[in-house]
Structures are given as C-alpha cells and as structure tokens.
Design a protein around this ligand. Structure first.
Ligand code: URA
Length: 290
C-alpha cells in the first residue's frame, strides 16, 4: 500500500471506530480501487439542479470490482429470468468485506443513531434529515445522491421532479414505490444542490451501508455516479460500468443513470430501461402491461 492511500485508509478506519463501527472500511490496497476522489457526475433531482454529464472525465482509472468475464454457458444463464450468482474475482479480502454486520441493527436504530446530526457541515443548511423510505424488507433498494430542495423540505427522498420520474420507472417495473426502499448517499441537502463533498460522503455513507446491511436486498440499484462511485469505491465514470453487475455485501449491485440526468437527456431513458430490465430479470418481474 502506498503511503497516501495507507494513511487515507487508516483515517477512514479511525473514523469508523469513532462512530462505533469497528473496522468498517475497505482496505483498497490490492483491489486496484480508490476512495472516490471526485464525484464528477450524477445529479440531484430538484428542478433547479443542472446535472453534469454522466460521462465524467476520469481523474483516475480505478475500476470497480465486477463479475468476471462470462463463459458462453454463463451468458446463456444470464439470459434466464434469474441471473446466476456473481462470483467475486480473486481480490484480497478487504476490511469492508470482512467487517461484520452490526448484530441486531435495525433501520430505527440507525435513524436514532443519526439523531439530530451535526457530524458534517451539511447540517448547517438543511431543513430535514432525509433518512430513506419504503419497504424495510425490500428486494430492491435505490440509492441516490442526496436530497434536493423538495426532499429537504419534506424529509423524504425523491419527491421532486426526478422523484416523479423514479416513481414512473418503478411502476414500469411492475412495482410500487412502497415495494422498494429509497435512500441516498448523504442524508442532508448539499447547498445549491452541489455535489456532496468527499468528507460529507465519508461521514454519511456508513449509515447507508448499515441501511443496506439491515435490508439485505437482492439488488441495489445506484442512481447516478455519486452513489455508484461511493458504493463501488471507484472514480471511474458511470458510463463505463452502468448496466453491469457487481457484488456488494451480499447483494447484487447495478448502476444506472440518475433520473435528474434523464430529465435533461431523455434519449438516455432507453439505456436506463435496459438496466432496469436486468434488475427485473433478477427479481423475476415481468414488465407492466399497458
Ligand atoms: N436526488 C437524489 O439523488 N436524491 C433525492 O432524494 C432527490 C434527488
């Protein structure tokens, strides 16, 4: 491990310990990945937000861990309604993977632990903490970036324009919003809907990991680059890996474009629909009949 990465990892571990999580973070030394340096794309859903392109310039080419190249037989199996289990490539075990889930953890406990949070500077400008909503036993969890204006006021994720589009996407999958769980990387609105900063993500993302650990969904669907890069611990642009399957703490993870991006780039909807169809195949869902 080089020194810079080593001290960064140590700082994260120390931080996790301070929060009482123990060794919660991944030792990325051998995984060829890095802590997100810049979250260069993705978007927030509020109407005044102007998302950057999802095809971000990559500052570092740290690739997320993905399922290995498939044999023809595996490809065939992948076409079946239930996709095959993803085999983790041969990476050294990480602190993150090795960490145990918090025994007896629940969503209300996590919310209680967050309290009236002042751990990062986002607390100064927020109205409400936006913890997450939906089915606590959901098979599908959507993870966005952070609350926008409407969400901040309401205390609920994805209730603005992008949220309405997300609801339509969920319904097109023949699900209802109440069937899934929806949350964000950061729980407080970044001022002016700017991207969450690295320290804010580092502070808040452990709560997201705990939420996912508690729910244990079959599929985590990252909406936009911020959540994908955070959970996969990569700085690679989302367009490079969206629509591919990854392992994430016992769940399958797929990244797709953020609904706010789709509002500005409607042609990208067809790509997102392809990604959602892959999710539907894993969950055994048929498209909604019109
Ligand atoms: N955008 C997000 O990423 N999350 C929300 O909750 C709303 C908009």
């Amino acid at each position: 491990m080089d020194l810079k990465r080593g001290s960064r990892a140590e700082a994260w571990v120390r931080y996790g310990e301070e929060l009482g999580f123990g060794p919660y973070y991944r030792d990325r030394a051998t995984a060829g990945r890095t802590t997100p340096q810049q979250i260069g794309d993705g978007g927030n859903s509020t109407s005044d937000y102007v998302p950057a392109t999802e095809a971000v310039t990559e500052t570092m080419m740290a690739a997320p861990r993905k399922a290995p190249a498939q044999t023809p037989a595996a490809k065939q199996a992948h076409a079946a309604p239930i996709a095959p289990a993803i085999v983790t490539p041969n990476l050294a075990p990480s602190l993150f993977d090795a960490s145990e889930r918090i025994e007896g953890d629940t969503l209300p406990l996590i919310r209680e632990f967050i309290g009236n949070c002042t751990r990062c500077k986002l607390h100064k400008t927020r109205t409400n903490i936006v913890f997450g909503t939906g089915n606590m036993k959901a098979e599908l969890v959507f993870v966005g970036e952070g609350p926008g204006h409407d969400e901040d006021l309401k205390g609920e994720p994805f209730v603005g324009r992008a949220g309405k589009l997300l609801t339509q996407m969920i319904e097109a999958m023949s699900l209802k919003r109440e069937d899934v769980y929806i949350c964000n990387v950061v729980k407080c609105r970044p001022p002016e809907n700017r991207l969450p900063e690295r320290d804010e993500i580092a502070t808040c993302s452990p709560f997201l990991y705990r939420q996912i650990d508690v729910i244990r969904p079959k599929v985590v669907c990252c909406l936009g680059a911020c959540s994908a890069q955070t959970l996969l611990q990569t700085t690679q642009g989302i367009s490079k890996f969206r629509g591919e399957w990854f392992d994430f703490r016992g769940s399958k993870l797929i990244a797709t474009y953020h609904p706010a991006y789709l509002l500005r780039n409607p042609p990208a909807k067809s790509e997102v629909w392809k990604d959602l169809q892959k999710v539907m195949a894993v969950l055994g869902l048929q498209p909604k009949r019109k």
